[in-house]
Design a protein around this ligand. Structure first.
Ligand code: A2P
Length: 305
């Protein structure tokens, strides 16, 4: 079975969570039910995914007790000025009285929702070629300040961040601010974007790392990368299982997304890869090419930072 990791709050978190980004309401409901039936105890959603009602309904309809499930949702970029109000809205949509983790989805506040392309947050170029048109004049440190009393409110057991770079983390960790150390930083990680430095930084500061897009997201070249296929063959498993287990072995939570029942089941299989095979997967970016962390350092786009 997959291990659990400890959070800096003292709670534990299952190392595998079901990702739900880009899953429709209908698909999400069935995926979450099927995941819970097959041993998953960690579900990851976000206000932005527009599927919180389906996630919550599946959790409430499942025979698995609420307290045995780790549920994460996220503050959308348009709501940084009132994170607690946004969390209450999320809980209403979920039909739950609390979540286990509430994450600031991105370290940037946006004025409108129009700059998302359904894939990444993409800032449109403005007349001067900049990318600041829809960024609100608001610092994520203030958002983090406003999130401080959420754990005491009981609405979320832990608070954390997502898509934070080392620079972003350093800002909220400044000792003179005296703010809570985030329980987690959820970021994109897969062999084309191994994020070694950011992972090390988080570990040093007691921030649990969670990997989204662990398979490289849709139409991922990783699933057919030579080294991944070779290692999969050696252990008689699927490429996806190699990628998921590579992540867990590196000591962080992995959030594979699938709405396909057979994949939901197969993604939940623990495989013990040898150190040598783990290294083979870590080296994949050398042949397949790396991937830039799109907008990894959002601070750069916030006018006054
Ligand atoms: P689907 O949801 O249709 O099953 P990531 O977790 O990196 O974001 O990747 C999600 C993508 O990978 C989705 O398109 C998902 O498709 C697909 N996927 C999930 N599990 C597997 C698997 N075991 N084998 C191949 N593709 C998978």
């Amino acid at each position: 079975a997959f291990p659990k990791f400890k959070l800096n709050t003292g709670s534990s978190i299952p190392s595998i969570g079901l990702g739900t980004w880009k899953a429709s309401e209908e698909d999400t409901y069935h995926a979450v039910l099927s995941a819970l039936e097959n041993g998953y105890r960690h579900i990851d959603t976000a206000a932005f995914y527009k599927n919180e009602p389906a996630v919550g309904k599946a959790i409430n309809d499942s025979p698995v007790a609420r307290e045995d499930i780790f549920v994460t949702t996220k503050l959308w970029c348009t709501q940084h000025k009132d994170p607690k109000g946004a969390l209450k809205e999320s809980l209403q949509r979920l039909g739950l009285s609390y979540v286990d983790m509430y994450l600031m989805h991105w370290p940037v506040m946006l004025k409108t929702d129009k700059i998302t392309d359904g894939n990444y947050l993409v800032m449109p170029l403005n007349a001067s070629g900049g990318r600041d048109t829809d960024v609100e004049n608001w610092h994520f440190v203030k958002t983090w300040e406003l999130m401080q009393d959420i754990p005491d409110s009981g609405l979320a057991k832990a608070i954390g961040v997502s898509n934070f770079s080392i620079n972003n983390l350093k800002e909220i960790l400044k000792p003179e601010l005296g703010l809570v150390v985030p329980a987690a930083n959820q970021i994109e990680i897969h062999p084309q974007l191994p994020q070694d430095e950011l992972i090390d930084f988080c570990k040093t500061h007691g921030i649990l790392v969670e990997a989204y897009s662990p398979l490289g997201s849709t139409s991922s070249p990783l699933l057919s990368a030579l080294a991944v296929v070779e290692v999969a063959k050696k252990y008689n498993v699927e490429p996806a299982q190699v990628l998921i287990n590579w992540g867990v072995s590196r000591g962080y939570c992995v959030l594979p997304k699938s709405v396909t029942p057979t994949r939901i089941v197969s993604n939940f299989r623990k495989v013990d890869l040898s150190a040598e095979d783990l290294q083979k997967i870590s080296d994949v970016h050398k042949t397949l090419g790396g991937k830039r962390y799109l907008d990894a350092d959002w601070g750069a786009f916030i006018p006054f930072v």
